[in-house]
Design a protein around this ligand. Sequence first.
Ligand SMILES: Cc1ncc(C[n+]2csc(CCOP(=O)(O)OP(=O)(O)O)c2C)c(N)n1
Length: 659
Amino acid sequence: MQHSRNLLPDINSPDDIKKLSVRELNRLSDEVRRQIVSVVSGNGGHLSSNLGVVELSIALHYVFDSPKDKIVWDVGHQCYAHKLLTGRYESFQTLRRQGGIAGFPKNSESPHDVFNTGHASTSISAALGLLAAERIQGGKGHAVAVIGDGALTGGMAYEALSHAGHLGLPLIVILNDNKMSISRNVGGLSKYLSRLSMKAKYQTFRRHFDSMTKKIPFVGDAFFSIVLRLKRAVKAVFYIDNFFVDLGFEYVGPIGGHNIQALLDVLKDVKKLNRPVVIHVITRKGKGYSYAEYDPDSYHGVGSFSIEGGIENTAGINKNIDEKDEGLLPSQNLIIRKSFTQCFSEALMAIAKDNKKITAVTAAMQTGTGLSDFAQNYPDRFFDVGIAEEHAVTFAAGLAANGLRPITALYSTFIQRSVDQVIHDASLQKLPVIFALDRAGLVGADGETHQGLFDISIFRSVPNMTILAPTSGNELKLMLEWAVNREQGEIEKFKFRNSGPVIIRYPKAFCPEEVDAFSQPLEKGRGVWINRSGKKDVCLVFTGSLYREVKEAQAILKDKGIEADLYNLRFIKPVDEDFLTDIMNDFKLVCFLEEGIKEGGFGEYAAAMSQQKKCKAKTVIMAVESGFLENDALGTREELLAKNNLDGRSIADKVSCSL
Ligand SMILES: Cc1ncc(C[n+]2csc(CCOP(=O)(O)OP(=O)(O)O)c2C)c(N)n1
């Protein structure tokens, strides 16, 4: 049958969805899917998760009245259908581009995005807060949290479930169970949910079976008693307590998440309940786009790709946003350079070969943090703890306290979750936990929730902490070896309790070409000179990730007749202050450059020290100044560097006007 016109372009708000029949809603879901695949294939983005929640998003907007009813999307990476249905059909073309619409919910973008998300496991707490506020103020609106089985591995979700069960408010938690986090979901919870699904299916089967057998005349009752015994045996296999019910929730499910009619029926019923409820919805990640459906992991986050050929058959290097690296210009991409993630992965493999104490810990980011090779080769020494950064850190501290050398690989933005664990469990006990902090600095299109801007400021003040920033692959390897082997005698003597944690922070970028300076042995607290002209006009003191930019600035300055020497800091903490003081007495102008927030960063510390020691040089600090980069955190890393005056041209301009 030929459909006269598409429905999606006329959906200007959820009210327009409510006018459609179920048949039309199904048509709408096809159109939404096609639109998502089309735009993501051009702009990159989170594909599999979004394709999995199309019917769920439509059903939610059909039954509830957003934004009066509050829908909170956990992580928020699956909000594309929600955006398309809430007045953003036209602007969806600009997804993740500078000045365009964000890939995550943004309240500044639409009132339908009631709560901004990005980091996992916050939705139940937020929705409960929204609902409690609604009731206190006499409102009757509903609140719905949509949380994936991956996000439900995060501890915060349990704190919220416990509180919600206690409050007894009619919170609706939709558990979107697709058995996947980014990769296959891990842990006891994942197994529990499978058993819960089986149990619920068994109960549905039992209800049908009972009513059917009882209806058979004469035989019915006798047959029923015979099978009762059989049923008990079956029940012993399937019966498990329902965790959600025990916490005070109603449990409904499992429901097929691609069946709009079933979703509408359940949501309408649940809307009438006056107590908290968990609706267990089973969905398929990547649904409707065969490449993503059969390989949801690879299509979790993608760069641009050909719709017909998929990412494997896309010309050029595909830039997979969560798993691999993006951020360099295509022409640079063609020179096959290794990313910092790849270099970390290789360095770790080299060290782990002969050192059985090396263990690796990740919080649901095995591939993204470059731990896949390690996991494959050393499964006994590899731990994916789920989306549980707090646990990851204290668990690693436990490993270290009992003699192992754990390397915990996290994104800079996600270690924010574990500030207390880093301080209280690792630093205070001087435990040698190594943190490989990937995506440190400006990361591009995922927006402000994913930038890695705070780690220097947060952790510089923590006692017993070491923070290193490699400039290249070779330097990253040197730093990892140093962190593993440093003060070995002391560590052995004090049963590993005398060295403290080490953070090695590196960007989401490709490594530059190696120069000799990168391979010079590490000296605690000291950096290395990339060049010394002897002119003593300008010194650019930079942290690893900005090497390419300071090199460019140096060339621009040279053209203007200004000689700038480059000093690669290596150690952000501790710092050999005498050495740094000499530099600040030697040069006319010292410019400190770091890819992190300015406040509380290295530059501020160094400038204060310079003032205190009455050093001769004028100091300039170049770092990220604008807080959360609000409304300006989309685009590539290069674009964000330029926006924040950390590109070569801006550095050169700042230096020349400061002389
Ligand atoms: C605190 C935190 N750690 C890690 C991530 C990275 N991350 C983004 S999505 C995701 C998987 C989420 O799985 P799930 O909740 O099941 O949603 P699905 O993608 O399967 O729909 C992870 C680990 C994050 N967003 N927040």
